[in-house]
Design a protein around this ligand. Sequence first.
Ligand code: DAH
Length: 366
Amino acid sequence: MRDEHAQQTPAKQLELISEALQTELSRFSNVQARARAKTLLSEAQKQLQELKDVRTKFLGKKSGVASLKKLIGRLPSEERAAFGQKIQQKEDEFVQAFDKEEALRKSFIETARIESESLDVTIPGRRPRPGHLHPITLMRQRIEDIFVSLGYAVEDDREIETDFYNFDALNIPEGHPARDQQDTFYTTDGFALRSQTSTVQIHAMQRRGAPVRMIAPGRVFRRDTPDPTHNPMFYQVEGLCVDRGITMAHLKGTLAEFVHRLFGPETRTRFRPSYFPFTEPSAEVDYSCFNCGGPGCRICKWSGWIELGGSGMVHPNVLRAANVDPEQFTGFAFGLGIDRTCARIYELDDIRLLFENDVRFLEQFR
Ligand code: DAH
């Protein structure tokens, strides 16, 4: 710059510097209008930096203004004061121009930053979708609550079993036809998925001895092809009560009380003679239909009764297998199907729905 202007008088040089500054600053002038949009925040920051550079160029130690100032001393004395004043006045103008442009950008940046960080508290929130318990869990909890209030403990035991617990100890020796009915899934080395929760009777008596009162809800497995009423995996609740002087009357009274609490006090029970290897005598238990109460309806398949499960007086061999003396102790046991009861209560015509995890189905059980 100095070279271009060197031939001119100092006053003319100052004039030219001033013009150059105007041109330089005019590039920044329309930032205000453009920079409103958030995307221009970074541009404003860039310009602020550029303005600093331009300021150094025009007002720094190596600027035209600085070298003109050095000239003052060499001017004829009558021009010196006037030119000195002039250059000072120009310098003040330049400083003001820079200050103004910089201030504009700083305030723009500040506003834009606040805008971009602000929250609109009036926007509706995203509603969390709370989950809920599975219908089988709800059913299990209702059953547990009833038996816990009758003084029963809740046992949670293993699903992988040995033949001893699943069969032998339950009075089902090798070759017994009951083993075929409860064919299950075998793993290696004599282990299998339990086919009934009756296994827990043995574990509980071994652990607690007698007397004992417990229920054991849990999963069981059978080699069944899935259809509307069968699943290879389903839920049972086992019940066991062993003490001195326990009779069939206690069994009947307990299950009658259970259905009263589950379905209402008008519910009746009926015991049909049956056979299970681990009980003697054995009985199937039915309860009067919770929907029609007897005359028959769709839910009870027009019979007035719904099957609850199997039951009976614990076979002496079972007590013996668990080291309980059958001369001193007697007991009753029962086994109920949770999914079956669940399907009845909710009128499901296909039990497989309970395991498909389709939320459209499950959401109905909130
Ligand atoms: N374990 C039997 C089954 O899976 C059900 C059962 C029947 C359990 C009679 C019992 C009982 O405790 O006494 O079919």
